[in-house]
Design a protein around this ligand. Sequence first.
Ligand code: FES
Ligand SMILES: [Fe+2]
Length: 431
Amino acid sequence: MATAPQIQSVIDYRHLVQDGRLHGSLYTSPQIFADEMEQIFHRGWSFVAHDSEIPNTGDFVVRRVGTQSLIAVRSKDGEVHVFYNRCPHRGATLCQTSSGHRSRIACPYHAWTFALDGRLIGLPDEAAYPADFSKADAGLTPVARMDSYGGFIFVNLIPNELTLREHLGHATELIDALLGLSPTGRIQLSAGWMKHKMRSNWKMIVENQVDGYHAPMVHGSLIAANRTFATVRDRKPTSPTRVRDFGMGHSDIDHASDYRAAGDRLFRWTGGIDPERLPGYVKAMNDAYGPEDARRRLIEGPPHSMLFPNLSLAEMNIMVIEPVSPQHSIQYTIPVFLEGADDLNARTLRRCEGAMGPAGMLIADDAEIGELTQMGVANLEPEWIILSRGMGKEEVLANGVKLAGLMDETSQRGFWTHYREVMAASQEVSQ
Ligand code: FES
Ligand SMILES: [Fe+2]
């Protein structure tokens, strides 16, 4: 189990994160960034990989969570293991590629070799070690906790008091909604990840994922060029779309309320494709869920959400945010393929490339505004960022979920409220 270094910070997070305003240093301070890696990414649950990325024995992916490089690999018994990407001998990096397939894991330095379940199974000249050396004590180190929901695998490096289910809370319904678009209830993340370097703080990307305020301005050229994109959703302040704060830092833009209000039309979430062009998928959904429930699912579509701290179910894309430094992040994007929906998946891939690819029409806008915001907050004045839009007007449901208008900053405040609790509480415990 990883040990936690003592926290030296004297940063007052309850002062820096206030209801309705934030201090600009939250996006620029190296000390705050270091605290976040420790408190949020190492002590909390973070997404690491999806089950479908490593379907076969020996498949692996390498992922970064906080400052740590991790290997997620499937062993012979079908189990997924997540190990630190570090050789127990003298510390070399074991896997240097982002994904691959191996029958065993061999270290490039002195060729210690490990089974897929982490056992040390071979090393050159073993007899030279002292008598008390035991291979059983020199296997790969697994992360302290690993759990999954709907195939999404999460890790918790320094165990906190929460189970994964407690961490996800009401956000499980967002994962359920995405999986429920597949006739089998399963998705496949098999297309390969696109990787974008973003010159902005990771939290700006989180905030932007569920920001309903910026689209008409930042994506103005796309809206002007693409009538379908412009008209399929009502992007005005009067839109029936709600933003929702689910608690625990999770939030979404619930476009389903807009799609429902717009009438009984399927597939508005695909850009308005005619259902007759997807006969195989529609039939499979009807067979799986019955015509009425299938119809509801195909009207409402996928969630547009951000799960604290690094996983976005971004409609038919999955997006993962990897912090690099206070000013830099990597955004990974992959299209969601629905098992049993090959005719839709081909379109999903094209849409993902068109919106999120290297020449994509959507991500370039968001990357640029993120960079401009990062440059802006580097200026010391006016010091505070205003985040009060719609504050106090939210509808609070019996289960605590908050609803607000499309252009309100309720989703961002939901993130920051949880951020403040995590950052300040850990600090208070350590003092
Ligand atoms: S560091 Fe890995 S075998 Fe020596
Ligand atoms: Fe955007």
